[in-house]
Design a protein. Structure first.
Length: 370
């Protein structure tokens, strides 16, 4: 029996990758939703599917619950950001309609507090999974994979660098600018020590990509991992773009917020996004992710493990999309997730994640140092 999967923002920057991956699955009847019926129809016509994906005109801010009750999707995938200041109106509507819910949220509070909906989700027998993306799904999978090599894991240092040619939209830009220059709570020693968004700039040399500049960013992991991995004393997450001129440009602008001269850079998202496209001829389509785990190994000696993943051919955006794709296919195949509301950690192993990426121009390495 096929499952009806409704993708909110289905023709958007991340939604289109998810729809392209789900469209040919015989267990899935795909519904591609967005505010523009014209855009939804045009995108659906590009999908190579025999099951007949359907375009749906839907605004998540207008009568969503009633629409869900009418459409009766088995699973809803929410790609409509930014999630940083978003309420739980969409997952609540899914719970009330009896639909499983997955999202690609990277908003720290949104993902970390999704358990507030746990009782409601259990009562309806549905799964509500938030953060089915690179963070925290992939980052947790990497830690879980390498944890057995440590007697005690003490710190993690990791980051993401996106290609200049990565598809990017206003919502994503608003999200990453929302915490620029603002304090970010993160584990440091025996207490939380604030860092500031898009500051703490540093370089990381990726295998095959060369040096990329990165800055502090806010992610759900900073709230989730100290509880999940109690021995951790330090967590540092960084993000950046391919071109140094843009990275340093946002770093400069972040000081305006930190100095109190500008309240929030997200209000500048539209002009900054348009400006970023002017630099496209200087960049490429290669993205990278690295994660370094530090702690104590056998005989209580220092140990360090680094995992690195590089995406070429513009395949980088499929990395954050993959957890939602994997879980949606799992549900569509009749393999249920536990009922309740929870972050997407421990649901996909690193081997499962990498297996889903194997047919793409994405490669990974790992290295260990004592």
């Amino acid at each position: 029996m096929t499952k009806r999967i409704l993708v909110l923002g289905g023709y958007g920057n991340f939604g289109r990758f998810i729809c392209q991956e789900l469209a040919t699955d015989p267990n899935i009847q795909l519904l591609v939703a967005g505010r523009s019926m014209e855009k939804a129809k045009a995108f659906v016509e590009t999908l190579p599917a025999s099951g007949g994906p359907s375009p749906i005109q839907l605004d998540v801010g207008e009568g969503l619950e009633q629409t869900l009750l009418t459409l009766q999707p088995d699973i809803v995938i929410n790609t409509v950001g930014p999630f940083q200041n978003q309420s739980y109106v969409v997952p609540k509507a899914c719970i009330n309609a009896g639909s499983h819910y997955l999202d690609l949220a990277d908003g720290r509070e949104f993902v970390a507090n999704i358990g507030d909906l746990n009782s409601a989700a259990i009562s309806k027998g549905v799964s509500v999974v938030s953060g089915a993306s690179s963070v925290p799904a992939l980052s947790a999978a990497v830690i879980d994979q390498f944890m057995p090599r440590f007697i005690r894991l003490e710190s993690i240092d990791y980051g993401i660098s996106t290609a200049q040619h990565t598809t990017r939209g206003l919502a994503t830009t608003q999200a990453v600018l929302s915490y620029a220059g603002k304090p970010i709570r993160t584990a440091f020693g025996d207490a939380e020590k604030p860092v500031f968004g898009w500051q703490g700039i540093r370089a990381h040399k990726f295998n095959g990509l060369g040096r990329r500049w990165l800055s502090y960013c806010d992610v759900p992991d900073l709230s989730l991992f100290p509880e999940r991995y109690p021995s951790l004393r330090s967590i540092r997450f960084y993000a950046g773009v391919e071109l140094a001129v843009q990275q340093w440009g946002v770093w400069i602008l972040s000081w305006l917020v930190r100095a109190g001269m500008v309240k929030d850079l997200s209000s500048w998202a539209n002009p900054l996004l348009k400006t970023s496209f002017l630099f496209d001829r200087l960049g490429g389509d290669e993205s990278g992710i690295f994660m370094t785990l530090n702690g104590r190994g056998e005989h209580d000696t220092p140990k360090s493990v680094t995992f690195e993943l590089v995406a070429r051919s513009g395949h980088g955006p499929l990395i954050p999309c993959m957890p939602a794709i994997v879980l949606a296919k799992r549900l569509a195949a009749g393999k249920e997730l536990k009922a309740g509301a929870y972050p997407c950690v421990g649901l996909i192993s690193l081997d499962q994640y990498l297996d889903a990426l194997k047919n793409l121009d994405i490669h990974w390495t790992e290295g260990e140092a004592a």
